[in-house]
Write a protein that binds this ligand. Structure first.
Ligand code: SME
Length: 150
């Protein structure tokens, strides 16, 4: 299965219409994205729960690490810089945190609310090397903005 981002965006918009609870929104986005493409082996959010700290939120897949400081991992890099992290080979990323030994590539996007504040990062892992594209990052970024930055 390969994701159709137009359909995915419409499905998520319909499912989240009128909802403002961040956990309900994160759980719904995670479920729909995770089941949209065979490349996605772990999908989930890490929330900013205090300055400089990410804590796990809704996710699908195997075990996810519970706490990630901003100075650690791919998730920390996305939170610290506010920039998308597209990692074709996690073994080549200094400080990558291996919650699952099967992960080969990763995509992490910062998530902002309507005031522009960083509220979370959205993390997708794949067991395939070099699984993610710039088109994936752009389409997922648009969906996250549609859901969380209104
Ligand atoms: N690999 C991430 C940690 C989270 S797991 O992928 C679920 C990182 O390096 O930040």
């Amino acid at each position: 299965m390969t994701v159709d981002y137009n359909t995915l965006a419409k499905t998520i918009a319909a499912l989240t219409e009128g909802e403002t609870d961040p956990v309900a929104l994160m759980a719904t986005v995670t479920c729909e994205v995770h089941h949209a493409d065979d490349r996605f082996n772990w999908t989930g959010f890490y929330r900013v729960t205090e300055p400089g700290v990410l804590k796990i939120g809704p996710y699908q897949g195997g075990h996810g690490c519970l706490r990630i400081p901003f100075d650690k991992g791919v998730c920390g890099a996305a939170a610290r810089t506010g920039e998308v992290q597209l990692v074709p080979d996690v073994d080549a990323f200094p400080g990558h945190i291996a919650c699952a030994s099967s992960t080969r590539s990763e995509l992490v996007l910062p998530v902002f609310d309507g005031t522009g504040a960083l509220i979370a990062v959205f993390d997708i892992d794949s067991d395939l090397p070099d699984a993610f594209t710039v088109a994936d990052a752009e389409a997922l970024g648009a969906i996250l903005e549609q859901v969380f930055a209104q």
